[in-house]
Design a protein around this ligand. Structure first.
Ligand code: NAD
Ligand code: DAU
Length: 356
């Protein structure tokens, strides 16, 4: 392999996984090239999450506020920074929002991915020392019964507007490789958790509600199953793929860590109670069963043997360690939570959650 990996365009690098990925490259992976973070700063993006990068890293880092659907902006970033690697996180990412308003998902996830691919095709014509890495999700594979796992070859069966838009973007990425020879890799990952996650997703929402003495809304019977991966382990998987994977390859990434929502909640309640001094009984009493998510996928579970076997990647943290770190982070970073919740999020929650 002959990849340069010296000028990396990270899209959506102000969101949850993007922030953790950029930190991983600078703070743990020893990356010493340039990172350009292109992010539109939607309700879910907070460029301040990287404000405390040390001065040494900041010399290698630029933030550009811009929309991945805007071809002119993307072209200019490619030209200004001589981009040789693109790591594409930018997306609308929350299933519940996709049910309430699918249009933004089609726009960003489908048209945005198309725009990036098409600019990369034009700017990188004939080059094989470049790479477009697309971040996708296990949700494209649909829903599992009580047994079985998603493999790389599992047929696509997306069932929410979010997963349908991500499946569509995956197909475009593979089509650009097959048709135009664009060097690509792709990863489909399970549920991430950890620092900097916007508090609308299960784990940070529940931590916040426990700390604030609010109801803990469990959808349906609470028996849906997800496979949880600490976000730094996802970042290390992506870095491994960038360095070692063959162009055209796809890898599943997962925690091998399945939890029913209710069991996960019980574990989380214990950690939060122990660390915050709140009463475990009071927290337990806040569990509230609410109307189920329409079309709620029952079970996701990833088989990630291929990335382990081919590229030598491993998860580094146990679930206990990851949850402890996550709760510690939210306890120490309530100002971050206040700042990210005070913008568009608040208006959206007022409009949509009151009706639930
Ligand atoms: P997130 O919602 O926290 O962050 C998304 C980021 O994209 C935000 O910073 C937002 O401002 C930016 N963005 C949105 N629309 C944009 C646009 N049009 N132009 C430029 N920037 C835009 O999402 P996340 O949880 O960090 O997920 C990142 C990626 O990983 C997504 O592609 C998602 O589908 C995928 N993924 C997420 C998980 C998970 O558990 N969170 C698991 C597997 C895959
Ligand atoms: O599987 C990967 C996907 O994981 C990513 O592609 C998505 O971007 C990410 O948002 C996540 O999707 P989920 O829908 O699985 O995550 P969420 O945190 O929204 O929900 C996890 C489970 O918890 C799911 O079964 C729904 C349930 N849930 C969620 C919320 C927010 C509740 O019971 N109550 C809640 O309030």
């Amino acid at each position: 392999m002959n990849r340069k990996l010296s000028s990396i365009l990270v899209t959506g690098g102000a969101g949850f996984i993007g922030v953790n990925f950029i930190r991983h490259l600078f703070e743990r992976a020893g990356f010493d090239g340039r990172i350009v973070n292109l992010d539109a700063v939607t309700y879910a993006g907070n460029p301040a999450s990287l404000a405390d990068l040390s001065a040494g890293y900041k010399r290698h880092y630029d933030f550009v506020r811009g929309d991945i659907c805007d071809r002119g902006t993307v072209e200019k970033v490619f030209e200004d920074y001589q981009i040789d690697t693109l790591v594409h996180f930018a997306a609308e990412s929350h299933v519940d929002r996709s049910i309430l308003g699918p249009e933004a998902f089609v726009r960003t996830n489908v048209m945005g991915t198309f725009t990036l691919l098409d600019v990369a095709r034009m700017k990188w014509k004939g080059r094989d020392d470049v790479l477009f890495h697309h971040i996708s999700t296990d949700e494209v594979f649909g829903s599992l019964g009580e047994t079985g796992y998603f493999h790389e070859a599992t047929p696509y069966d997306p069932r929410s507007p979010y997963s349908a838009s991500k499946a569509s973007s995956d197909h475009l990425v593979r089509a650009y490789h097959h048709t135009y020879g664009l060097p690509i890799t792709l990863s489909n990952c399970s549920n991430n958790y950890g620092p900097y996650q916007f508090p609308e997703k299960l784990i940070p929402l529940m931590i916040q509600n426990m700390l604030e003495g609010k109801a803990l809304p469990v959808y349906g019977d609470g028996r849906n199953i997800r496979d949880w991966l600490y976000v730094e382990d996802h970042a290390s998987a992506i870095w491994t793929i960038l360095g070692r994977a063959e162009s055209g390859s796809s890898y599943n990434v997962g925690g091998e860590n399945e939890w029913e929502n209710l069991r996960l909640l019980e574990k989380l309640m214990e950690v939060v109670a122990a660390k915050s001094g709140k009463s475990l009984d009071a927290i337990r009493g806040s569990i509230t069963y609410v109307k189920d998510r329409p079309g709620h996928d029952r079970r996701y579970a990833i088989n990630c043997d291929a990335i382990k076997r081919d590229l030598g990647w491993r998860q580094a943290l146990t679930f206990d360690e990851g949850l402890e770190r996550t709760v510690d982070w939210y306890l120490s970073n309530q100002a971050w939570v206040d700042s990210i919740r005070s913008g568009e999020y608040q208006k959206w929650i007022d409009m949509n959650y009151a009706a639930r």
